[in-house]
Design a protein around this ligand. Structure first.
Ligand code: FAD
Length: 542
């Protein structure tokens, strides 16, 4: 698609198209209705007027007005909110001019804008119902550049995928310190959430490993920000769910990259022993580089499934192990090393393992390259795609649970609410937030140690059973209701709330700061409507 039409004939065609679009959108069934919020009226004509007037802008990129269905989809595959148009920016100025134009023309802010990274959100967070989606992956900019020295870093465009950053930085023997489990996500997408995985107990989430950002605010201003420059915006944007600006560039902290990874899995049948060992490992100075874990419910032949990637330490004992459909807890750890450190690494691994209380016959080990380890989920993606199982609905639920409540949670949820079905992997691992930066917008439980528990469910389309979207969503609701009833102090990660009141509860004492920042950086509440946090323009006084 080209840019917006400019002559009179094209204008009338465009208006006809807009009217057609309005009629069609109003006819869309149930799923699009989820995009509307009771407190938000469907945009009236001004949104389309503004879209029309955007044609006067001189941009390097372009707007597309048709064939935009993909922007009404995400990995969650539950919300489908069609935008009116997509901006494919080439330069940062394309984004800033567009936002400035909307900000200066539309004082009632009826045209909302959502930045879209790789579209791996779960509940429409990167969508803009009848608004404008900015395709961050089309942004061209200075090439990715790696800088060495005492504090090495890489400068990247916010639409860059983490997997590309891994490959580029490895050419310099360096790599980012903190990762997500899956790397086909954009920098802007994970930095607006947090970016957490089994390395976060040591380095903090990805948002704690950023030196500098370039941001386009909701007024269209392009600002560079860091700990020492525009610090309020810097910390606001990190974990800020896209509410205060669109990240266009990031300077990411690096460290020397290892070449290899010793990757280990073991099983526990008692949750309390599993949790004790996990907490012990993250409390140590000299420990594994990565600590995660998962819950295995009602599965037989667990160890056989591991054999494609791992080798049993004791094959005979392993072959005699019978999981018998019980619930198990698997600790997954990794130690990074270079080939010349193999002997010392093996001794260190043996020492650490000797302090744990797992079921001895279930010790499985593997050695892989650092790249293969970091990109491990992509291999699963390929298998699921081949079977048509990647593009199904994903009613995921991610919770952060204070250590004091994890045993009650495990008892009630793993043993009772889940029963015998889990509908997908359940990750569980603790982190120490004393090593995290508490100035970002990310909201976490109040205790130092908390667990990340991720129910990574897939629903079977058209099913009416326990694997249906409806059933899993109701089960998720029961888990959330239990957490509230038991007052465990749980927070959602990649949070999904329906009303402003629920968001107020989520942010707790930080709500006023969120409001103040919104009024300062996006006073018309133009940005990131998919979260449904701020639906109205913000007054500027607090
Ligand atoms: P999108 O879905 O495109 O956008 C996400 C949000 O960020 C939206 O609100 C969007 O408007 C906003 N946004 C996007 N780009 C920008 C920008 N440049 N500036 C400002 N706001 C922007 N998360 C973890 O923390 N750890 C994990 O291990 C992990 N594993 C995952 C595995 C899979 C298979 C999937 C699908 C997701 C996983 N996630 C994980 C969640 C993931 O981090 C988030 O869903 C993330 O937002 C996806 O990035 P994206 O580029 O697809 O963002």
């Amino acid at each position: 698609m080209g840019s917006l039409p400019s002559d009179c004939f094209e204008r009338s065609k465009f208006l006809f198209f807009i009217v057609f679009l309005v009629v069609s959108l109003n006819c869309l069934p149930i799923k699009a209705n989820q995009c509307r919020n009771n407190s938000v009226a469907t945009p009236r004509i001004p949104a389309y007027d503004i879209l029309l007037s955007l044609q006067t802008l001189a941009l390097d990129g372009y707007f597309s007005l048709e064939d935009n269905e993909h922007a009404a989809k995400d990995f969650g595959n539950i919300y489908h909110c069609p935008p009116l148009a997509i901006l494919h920016p080439k330069a940062v100025s394309d984004i800033s001019r567009t936002i400035k134009h909307i900000f200066e023309t539309d004082s009632t802010s009826e045209l909302k804008i959502a930045a879209r990274g790789h579209g791996h959100s779960l509940q429409g967070q990167a969508q803009a119902y009848q608004g404008l989606v900015v395709n961050m992956e089309s942004l061209e900019g200075p090439e990715m550049t790696v800088h060495g020295g005492e504090f090495p870093y890489v400068d990247v465009s916010a639409g860059e995928l983490w997997i590309n950053i891994l490959h580029e930085t490895l050419k310099h023997g360096l790599a980012p310190k903190s990762w997500t489990d899956y790397l086909h996500l954009t920098v802007g997408g994970t930095l607006s959430n947090a970016g957490i995985n089994g390395q976060a107990f040591r380095h903090g989430p990805q948002i704690d490993n950023i030196f500098q950002l370039e941001v386009v605010t909701g007024k269209g201003d392009v600002l560079t920000c860091s700990e020492n420059q525009n610090a309020d915006l810097f910390y606001g944007v990190l974990g800020g769910l896209g509410q205060f600006g669109i990240i266009t560039r990031a300077r990411i902290s690096l460290e020397p990259a290892p070449m290899k990874v010793k990757w280990i899995r073991v099983l526990y049948s008692e949750f309390s022993i599993f949790a004790r060992d996990q907490e012990y490992l993250i409390s140590l100075e000299n420990t594994f580089d990565y600590v995660e874990g998962f819950v295995i419910i009602n599965r037989t032949g667990i160890l056989n499934n591991w054999r494609s990637s791992f080798n049993p330490k004791d094959p005979l004992q392993a072959s005699q192990f019978n999981s018998d459909g019980r619930t198990f807890y698997s600790l997954e750890v990794a130690k990074y090393f270079n080939p010349d450190e193999t002997e010392a690494m093996n001794q260190e691994v043996d020492r650490l393992l000797s302090e744990l209380s797992y079921i001895p016959s279930t010790l499985f080990l593997s050695e892989v390259s650092y790249v293969d380890f970091q990109d491990r989920v992509h291999a699963s993606e390929m298998k699921l795609r081949a079977k048509g199982l990647w593009e199904v609905p994903h009613p995921w639920l991610n919770l952060m649970i204070p250590r004091s409540g994890i045993h009650e949670f495990a008892h009630e949820v793993f043993e009772k609410i889940l029963g015998e079905t889990s509908n997908g992997p359940i990750l569980i691992y603790p982190v120490n937030q004393s090593r995290w930066n508490n100035r970002t917008s990310l909201v976490t439980p109040e205790e130092d140690v908390f667990y990340l528990v991720a129910f990574l469910s897939s629903a079977v389309p058209f099913s009416t059973g326990k694997d249906s979207l409806d059933y899993i969503q109701r089960r998720n609701e029961r888990i959330i209701e239990f957490c509230e009833r038991a007052q465990l102090g749980v927070k959602q990660y990649l949070a999904h709330h329906r009303t402003q009141e629920e968001w107020e509860g989520h942010f707790g004492t930080r709500w006023q700061v969120m409001r103040r920042r919104k009024s300062e950086y996006d006073p018309l509440a133009i940005l990131a409507p998919g979260h449904r946090i701020f639906q109205k323009p913000m007054s500027t006084t607090f």
